[in-house]
Ligand binder design. Structure first.
Ligand code: COD
Ligand code: ZN
Ligand code: ZN
Length: 406
């Protein structure tokens, strides 16, 4: 009887009713679901090309070294749309997308010591195992446990914590923030200040940190310099914020959607260009505007052509071009080697070069100290039930960031 009772417990958290299956661990509060399966809502992608489907899923308790987190808020990033289109590499379906989330620790697997239940966290899609050669290198933010080296579709023990309608559901980059509860390894969790508003700082889990870090860490933009940013989505506009904070004197914002220009100007852009307004290639326009090209250029779109245009827009000698966007798998770039011979630097960056687990708490502190205002990127806030509406806004070019709330 006691077992049946335990299997049917309900409790209310943040307005949602969550069903528990199993038993409470001895000594744990009855308000916690420690050691139990949680049934909750999640947006599941069953196959490519289909809208997300809001489902009730089962979330197993965390195993050793894992943390179960109640997601409070998650942004929608273009990369989530790339999953739905099937253009993000090595994703297995069905999958729960979402990778820009913030939440509260619900329970811990054995041996987890760096976070406690009730603490606020941001989930990081670029983990930090702390043991691989890249993690041990202070210059690198790329961990060999990252998706591009070893797909993060299942947790490190090669199993999933999610099921739905009797089927195993895959994790996305381990984080799967479109689920009300998610389980991830401890080394992909960043503990943040208890004062941080989760519905705002969730953006620091991807878009903001990626763009801001591209300017601050990858390009190392200097005061008084000139910059050009291709693509004014949440990521490109975060590059604009980074260039402004770094003291750039001229910030040229480039997009084919002129509706993005007002926000770019608000964030610090000095000039806005629509390549479709010019007969000549946009790199020639930028070069003429600045004499010899900008000091720093950034590509935050993910297209081969705009990557070449960004490269050619920075000056031939000391110019630095940073690639932020991910091109479709299989796309190739062909360039004139002369573009690089005279000294230009061409580089890429993932998640803005931050060692995410260490740096996210510091970025949250900078947010609280108002060093930057990433809130200006949030154009829409919707309940998770309207997740597909959030994607429609992004596809129509009407939103910068939509934050989904559980
Ligand atoms: N010329 C100029 N602007 C263009 C063009 C073009 N040919 N095509 C599209 N754009 C503009 C769009 O109008 C839009 O404003 C902008 O480019 C793209 O913005 P969004 O809102 O679609 O996308 P973001 O900002 O959320 O993300 C863009 C990325 C390219 C960074 C993202 O899709 C990506 O590739 N991510 C993978 C790389 C990475 O490290 N990501 C971190 C984890 S996601
Ligand atoms: Zn992203
Ligand atoms: Zn590592």
């Amino acid at each position: 009887m006691a077992e049946e009772e335990a299997a049917q417990q309900h409790f209310h958290a943040a307005g949602a009713t969550v069903t528990l299956q199993g038993h409470h661990a001895p000594g744990k509060s009855s308000a916690s679901c420690w050691g139990m399966v949680i049934r909750c809502r999640a947006a599941v992608a069953w196959a490519t090309g289909k809208p997300l489907s809001l489902e009730e899923v089962e979330v197993a308790p965390p195993k050793a070294g894992e943390v179960r987190i109640k997601i409070v808020a998650t942004g929608i990033c273009r990369t989530d749309d790339h999953i739905l289109e099937g253009s993000f590499p090595d994703v297995d379906f069905p999958v729960i997308p979402g990778h820009e989330g913030a939440g509260i620790v619900e329970s811990l697997g054995e041996g987890v010591t760096s976070v406690k239940p009730g603490e606020k966290v941001i989930l990081v899609s670029l983990p930090h195992c702390g043991e691989c050669s890249f993690c041990l290198n202070p210059e690198s933010n790329y961990c060999l446990k990252s998706h591009l080296s070893e797909p993060q579709n299942l947790l490190p023990d090669k199993t999933s914590r999610f099921t739905c309608k009797g089927k195993q559901i895959h994790h996305f980059l381990w984080v799967s923030t479109f689920s009300e509860y998610t389980v991830i390894p401890e080394y992909a969790v960043a503990k943040i200040d208890a004062a941080a508003p989760l519905d705002k700082v969730c953006l620091l889990g991807c878009g903001f940190s990626t763009g801001y870090g591209a300017a601050i860490n990858a390009a190392k933009v200097k005061p008084g310099s000139t910059c050009a940013i291709f693509g004014l989505g949440g990521v490109g506009l975060s590059v604009v914020i980074g260039c402004k904070v770094a003291g750039a004197s001229r910030i040229i914002a480039i997009d084919i959607n002129k509706d993005k220009f007002a926000k770019a100007k608000e964030l610090g852009a000095t000039d806005c260009l629509n390549p479709r307004d010019f007969k000549k290639p946009i790199q020639e326009v930028v070069t003429e505007m600045t004499g010899h090209g900008v000091d720093y250029s950034f590509e935050a779109i993910g297209l081969a052509d705009t990557m070449i245009a960004a490269l050619a827009s920075c000056n031939m000698n000391t110019g630095v071009c940073v690639m932020v966007g991910l091109a479709d798998s299989g796309s190739l770039i062909s360039i004139d080697p002369m573009l690089l011979l005279s000294g230009r630097t061409w580089k890429g960056t993932l998640l803005g070069g931050w060692k995410m687990r260490d740096c996210i708490p510091k970025l949250v502190s900078s947010y609280l100290e108002k060093k930057f205002n990433s809130d200006l990127l949030i154009t829409h806030t919707l309940p998770i039930t309207k997740v597909n509406e959030g994607f429609e806004l992004l596809r129509a070019g009407k939103s910068i960031r939509t934050v989904l709330l559980f």
